[in-house]
Design a protein around this ligand. Structure first.
Ligand SMILES: [Zn+2]
Length: 102
């Protein structure tokens, strides 16, 4: 196991994990969800993304860098329909499913 990413929040960590898995890299999120409970960073509440195979570290870092460059600009946005706060990466509201622009 090797840590490849330290996320802003659990949501962010999950996006990165999914992205790596889509590329065939087995990854897990540790941190504030307490799923791992590995205790290596007991004071750090930021969720982290770990990969199973340390040999894939360089590739994982590349993928994350690419992903972050491709990430839509901007801040969190508030849905006009239900007032839910959404992450910038999302084009539709996660709560009500309506389009960001409409
Ligand atoms: Zn909404």
């Amino acid at each position: 196991m090797k840590r490849v990413y330290s996320a802003e929040n659990a949501f962010d960590a999950q996006i990165i994990r999914d992205h790596l898995e889509h590329q065939g890299i087995t990854a897990t999120v540790h941190g504030n969800m307490l799923t791992g409970a590995i205790g290596e960073l007991p004071m750090d509440t930021r969720p982290t993304v770990w990969i199973e195979d340390p040999d894939l570290y360089e590739r994982a870092r590349d993928l994350i860098a690419q992903f972050e460059r491709a990430r839509p600009e901007g801040e969190q946005w508030i849905c006009r329909h239900c007032r839910e706060i959404n992450e910038p990466a999302f084009e539709i509201c996660w709560a009500c499913g309506r389009d960001r622009e409409t």
